[in-house]
Design a protein around this ligand. Structure first.
Ligand code: 3PG
Length: 306
């Protein structure tokens, strides 16, 4: 029976791990867990006899693939697969999948939570501002953005979105106003929330050309990837845009520099927290286990991304 390795530097919640085990045991698959590892060498050793691999943000590069001669499938339990070398996986004849939508609610709730936290001055006891009546623009309109839109509309925000890959009718149906140009995102938003993947097109794409268009007092919310924001431009935005604020799930590399001058206008989670809920771990973990079983039993390649 296929052997599955669950390698998570940031472990799943205990409840989620138990459900993944139950899923694999029912299918009579062998499995082992490698959690909280600090040495990538341990990952290389553990993957040596695995035919299937479940990961989170764990890096699967050429070295991991070389260390895994029996590997047939990698499932990233989550949405973004920028941590997997797709080219190398294809060259090794390894199928890569993600589990789209499974952890979206957790990320959407974090985006809203961070917006409120910062709008209220990090709960410092002084008067802050409300989200109701403000304009929120979503850059990208995938699973997470759609949930953020629904929550924000419930709060009373005016919601806009830009996504060249999604028909504007989909947005209009959900009472979200479609925008037709990237520049309009930044011209329009009191709050701009990023929901784009990190790839060669998007890395460092949130640059000064765009940030300079933000109205004074705007807030940028990043629950996507830190790499999509150009950090020099981010620093400049703090200096040149009155009241500019930034909340991000994982700090930029220049956080210390920003903190020296603008600590009250930035908040970053200490570790990536977007999908850190029992529910998200359970949904994504079970989906990953089921996808692996379906792949081996039926040749099902739904959600293949390479
Ligand atoms: C994702 O892409 O699914 C999220 O960023 C969550 O990543 P994580 O599994 O490392 O928390």
């Amino acid at each position: 029976m296929p052997k599955v390795l669950i390698a998570t530097e940031k472990p799943f919640a205990a409840e989620a791990a138990a459900k993944i085990k139950a899923e694999l045991e029912t299918a009579k698959y062998e499995y082992s867990f490698l959690e909280s590892y600090t040495d990538v060498g341990d990952f290389h050793k553990a993957v040596a006899d695995a035919e299937a691999l479940i990961i989170r943000s764990d890096k699967v590069d050429e070295a991991v693939l070389n260390a895994a001669p029996k590997l047939k499938i990698v499932v990233r339990a989550g949405a973004g697969y920028d941590n997997v070398d797709l080219k190398s996986a294809t060259a090794h004849d390894v199928v890569v999948m993600n589990t789209p939508g499974q952890n979206s609610n957790a990320v959407a709730e974090l985006a809203i939570g961070m917006m409120i936290y910062m709008a209220r001055g990090k709960f410092n006891g002084k008067s802050g501002t409300e989200l109701a009546g403000k304009k929120l623009v979503l850059y990208g309109y995938g699973y997470i953005a759609r949930l953020v839109a629904r929550m924000a509309r419930g709060i009373g925000m005016e919601v806009y979105a830009y996504d060249p890959y999604i028909a504007s009718e989909v947005m209009s149906k959900e009472q979200v106003k479609p925008l037709s140009k990237v520049e309009d995102i930044f011209k329009t938003g009191d709050f701009v929330s990023l929901h784009i993947p990190a790839n060669s097109e998007t890395k460092k794409s949130i640059n000064w050309d765009l940030l300079s268009l933000l109205p004074n007092g705007a807030m940028l919310i990043n629950t996507a990837r830190k790499e999509v924001v150009d950090e020099e431009s981010l620093l400049k935005a703090f200096g040149e845009k009155k009241g500019f604020r930034y909340v991000s799930d994982v700090a930029p590399d220049n956080l210390a520099t920003i903190n020296e001058l603008y600590a009250d206008r930035i908040y970053c989670t200490p570790k990536k927290m977007g999908a850190q809920t029992e529910e998200a771990n359970t949904n994504a973990g079970i989906a990953a286990a089921k996808q692996i079983i379906s792949f081996f039993e039926k040749g099902d390649k739904t959600f293949k991304v390479n």
